[in-house]
Design a protein around this ligand. Sequence first.
Ligand SMILES: [Zn+2]
Length: 692
Amino acid sequence: MATADNAYPFAGIVGMADLKLALLLNAVSSAIGGVLVRGEKGTAKSTMVRGLAALLPPVPVVPGCPYSCDPAAPDPGCPAGPHAGAGAAAELRPVALAELPVGATEDRLTGSLDIERVLTAGTTAFQPGLLAAAHRGVLYVDEVNLLHDHLVDLLLDAAALGVNYVEREGVSVRHASRFLLVGTMNPEEGELRPQLLDRFGLTVQVTASHDPAERAEVVRRRLAFEADPAAFARRFAGEGAALAGQVAAARARLPRVDLPDAALRQICAVCSAFGVDGMRADLVTARTAIALAAWSGRDVVTEEDIRTAARLALPHRRRRDPFDAPGLDEQALEEALREAASQGPDTPEDPGPDSPGPDSPGPDPGPENPDPSNPNGPSGPGNPDPDPDPNGPGGPSGGQNTSAAPPASSSSSAAEAPPSAPAAPAAPFRARLLTVPGVGEGAPGRRSAARGPFGRTVGARVPQSRPFALHLPATVRAAALRGPHTPEPARRVILAPADLREAMREGREGNLVLFAVDASGSMAARQRMRAVKGAVLSLLLDAYQRRDKVGLVTFRGAGAELALPPTSSVEAAARRLASLPTGGRTPLAAGLAKAARVLAAERLRDPRRRALLVVVTDGRATSGSDADLARAAATLAGVASVVVDCESSVLRLGLAERLAILLAADRFSLDELEAGPGLAAVARPRTRGRVA
Ligand SMILES: [Zn+2]
């Protein structure tokens, strides 16, 4: 396959071969469950997915059916049906690639049921959505990590059932929806929710090659592709036809492939060594290994199949916490495979305490592998060398790991005491819910109250455009009040489009949580900084769950710096926090002024996202005057703020309290940030920084 890969437009992208293999294996065995493509910006992830989808074999469909019914077994409930039974007319259609934009409405995904038409004309009208378009094809979500939870839930339901079920006000439509789910994401913009992550059968990491010659070739081919896509497509049409034949042959072989007991034991041993949750990992690895054998034209699963399957199926399943990037330690994989293989089928039933070597605790995703950038490799299957290329992504030059490096401490002047080594954060806890008061209109999330398309119904109004959700009682009431009614004696209400009322819903939005963290000498006592970092980490973990954007301003020494511009990547914030150096004077006013500038800029960029400023300090300003502080606080007027009081001396100065008054902010001690049992359930409005 190596030559075919070299011929492909995007050769030179590390992980390309894996991506292609992963998609083809899914084409062979749909039970594998899709592919997640992880890669930094500019690795042409989307282009690759679209290009590769075109290589999948075409599907026979019932002519004219928008739901792509299979002529061999048409969906009996097809909304476009009924179709003639098996053996009806068929046409070949290229595999559909339905693309779900992250900002899509629910209707766009599931299809829309025109309830207005049901009510006013008495006929059911269903406009199929992307789940219909993707049936027997590919459903592709770019930036899948930014997809709203509500759409994620719908997607997961459809994927689990193989059916799309749409219901509005008691009228329902259903149609088959089985698709190959492909998602791409840039991990720098935030991780995927665990339940969605687990849904993806396989993961592929793509990175740009570091070899200048390869990079040049990528550019050359991209330019050729852009100059004449048709000619380019012709060049690869032959490959597409060959692959289609290969997929068909592998599909036919699939039911015959044997998974020997020893191979199954090896799969389960590997999964258990990697500490995966549940049984899905074992199942997906087994299915992938079987598909690989079929793809290679074999009837028996080999260790090689298992190795490749594990590399594709496990990296995203061995995660321990959300700040831990997915990845697979290839050496640990080899060890697990070896260990399982050495315990032959003749091993007696007893657990064998005599087994050589101490029970390996399994691969510890410890600090030695903080950002695995796992080179799933240019090395095709079968290269046991974990990192054959010294310039590869895992190599010493590994340029993409720069984000893990400590931020340049440009603000520390030479006269200041040198910063001490960064203190490691204390273990995070479940944080108290901090919210922005009032009702916003920001992106859906889980922090502050917001009006929007989701949530519980709080009222009805005359819609400005087509109503998103109908408020039925209000609609009927409007019609009844308007009249006229059908003649006596029935006097039934007649519904007209003008009577339609839209439901107003209130849910929750995500916010921008900007941390302004005091990293000065007065905070630098090691234990205290550990506690402070632990508290901020807890708030970050909370922000991750609530779909917030986060940013980090730090101040110490001569000034303040934006350590992390507002991002959805809580992982990036956690990394910056862990490596945050401390020491020097406390330019509190500069910190506040910097925060105000960041918030003002962000308001221009994303006006509907409301901000919450969390100032973490002991309030002891040792640089700048009181007037400076008051001026800086004034620039933050109108910003919802919280002061986390880090003062711990026996003789309390109450400086953080004074700052809280200046900012009209709520103040919490580090201990008070921890959510007590049940605390999150009660919301109590306050003037600033409402707390639940
Ligand atoms: Zn149909």
